[in-house]
Design a protein around this ligand. Structure first.
Ligand SMILES: Nc1ncnc2c1ncn2[C@@H]1O[C@H](COP(=O)(O)OP(=O)(O)O)[C@@H](O)[C@H]1O
Ligand SMILES: [Mg+2]
Length: 257
């Protein structure tokens, strides 16, 4: 009987080369098609994108333009039909399932429109989960710090249903921070929130970019994109603009939406 090789014999340095601040993202000629019955939908077509700075990047585009698909490619949740996605030079399409899983755990964190907290876990336990998934040694300390950073230490023992939408989203951000992962992917993070709360969330995201994270936030709201360092605009699966916000960068306090 052959003995199973230990996982680390196949994947000697799963975590060694990715997952630091300034992690580089490269999409080369990425096309994604979905087959629905006998209809083929092209969600992304020959997209080229390079991000190598700690920055607040907004991906802007109308519904159906491919924003979520793009985020999922970067987060190794899905694979392109053709083309290549690399994180710090590592080709996700050629990485083994174990390596892809390791990259998901230790490089990228997701934030969603609907917060996606565990309802039966307290704020602190939700945040702690982020540190545990990424297998951070100092999980307890990190979690307390992360909750402090989003201004919610006093709510540590609250369950999600005892928190407002904005507070729940801040817990989700703290969970991402506690993971220590250098890339934060946020899909319509202010979509469920009123204007004032949405602005607070943008401020918290902006602070994370200031601390050395690469934050990619998706929105269909052009006003929101004004606070970004860089705006990548999608239309029907194509990048149609990429650069600083038109008219210059706005302060979150000056937004109107
Ligand atoms: N899992 C899927 N199966 C089939 N079609 C999909 C799937 N996900 C997205 N699409 C299609 O791909 C296109 C882009 O979708 P998506 O990336 O979700 O856009 P956005 O986030 O900008 O609204 C849309 O036409 C959508 O219907
Ligand atoms: Mg979407």
């Amino acid at each position: 009987m052959t003995q199973a090789r230990p996982v680390n014999a196949i994947e000697p340095e799963v975590d060694a080369s990715v997952g630091h601040a300034g992690t580089r993202i490269d999409l080369d000629d990425v096309t994604k098609q979905y087959q629905v019955g006998d209809v083929e939908v092209t969600a992304l077509e020959r997209v080229n994108l390079h991000v190598d700075e700690a920055a607040f990047v907004v991906i802007l585009g109308p519904s159906g333009s491919g924003k979520t698909t793009l985020l999922n490619m970067i987060g190794a949740l899905d694979t392109p039909t053709s083309g290549r996605v690399r994180l710090d030079g590592i080709d996700l399409g050629r990485a083994s399932p174990a390596k892809r899983a390791a990259i998901r755990r230790t490089t990228v964190s997701f934030i969603f429109q609907t917060f996606n907290l565990f309802p039966a876990l307290t704020a602190m336990e939700n945040v702690r989960f982020g540190a545990d998934v990424a297998e951070r040694a100092d999980a307890a300390e990190r979690s307390a710090e992360a909750l402090e950073q989003v201004g919610l230490s006093a709510r540590r023992n609250h369950f999600p249903h005892q928190l407002s939408g904005g507070e729940q989203q801040r817990v989700a951000i703290a969970r991402a921070l506690a993971s220590g992962n250098p890339i934060l992917l946020a899909d319509e993070p202010t979509g469920e929130l009123d204007f004032r709360t949405g602005v607070q969330i943008l401020q918290v995201l902006q602070e994370q970019a200031g601390r050395g994270m690469t934050v990619l936030a998706v929105t269909h709201n052009r006003e929101i994109s004004r606070v970004a360092d860089r705006v990548i605009e999608l239309s029907s699966g194509h990048i149609v603009a990429d650069g600083p916000p038109t008219g210059g960068r706005a302060r979150t306090a000056d937004l109107q939406w």
